[in-house]
Design a protein around this ligand. Structure first.
Ligand SMILES: [Zn+2]
Length: 190
């Protein structure tokens, strides 16, 4: 008898109260940068703007994790991990599927970062973690999720389920569409 939690609803796990706004993810690193190698741990717990790619979108639940900011030459390194919740359509049966994905954040922020590099330019004083986390989440949305590993799909007899490895192998074998075929489509071959 652990008690039913705050909500009295039968089996309702849905959280209904959200933080009114995300905690500030701007980290002042002025003190940190006084000595190379100094570190600060930043706990991440923030609801970010909804992101969607194809049929998969982020849920309105907090992105959580731990980020270490460390003082390096001309800036800071940002390293850690966060996890986020998403919802999409199962690629076989097309039923809604939800999941949680954990991703690694690994960035270097420097004053006068060289152009066209992966290094994030910043003013040397404040690092905004929000766009770094947000971009990483957007790039990690699972675009072809499964409701379960062996989901048989809507018509198992005609479309037998492939395992994850078989699917990856099939995708790797499949050649990119040849643009010349597109041209042939327009021809009348009588
Ligand atoms: Zn499914």
């Amino acid at each position: 008898m652990a008690g039913g939690g705050a909500s009295g609803g039968a089996g309702q796990a849905e959280v209904e109260t959200w933080p009114s706004r995300p905690p500030h993810l701007i980290v002042n690193v002025t003190d940190l940068r006084k000595r190379l190698g100094q570190r600060r741990e930043v706990a991440i717990d923030a609801i970010l703007a909804r992101q969607q790619v194809l049929d998969t979108h982020t849920l309105r639940t907090p992105v959580r994790g731990e980020i270490t900011v460390e003082s390096i030459e001309r800036g800071v390194s940002i390293h850690g991990h966060v996890s986020f919740d998403w919802e999409g359509d199962c690629r076989r049966c097309l039923e809604p599927v939800q999941g949680t994905t954990e991703i690694e954040i690994d960035e270097i922020c420097q004053v006068h970062a060289p152009p066209n590099s992966d290094i994030v330019d910043f003013d040397g004083e404040k690092v905004d973690l929000l766009p770094l986390i947000s971009d990483a989440v957007g790039l990690s949305l699972p675009l072809a999720p499964l409701c379960r590993e062996d989901c048989p799909g809507p018509d198992p007899d005609r479309y037998p389920a492939l395992t994850e490895q078989e699917l990856e192998a099939a995708e790797a074998d499949e050649p990119a569409p040849d643009p010349r075929w597109a041209a042939l489509d327009g021809l009348d071959l009588n």
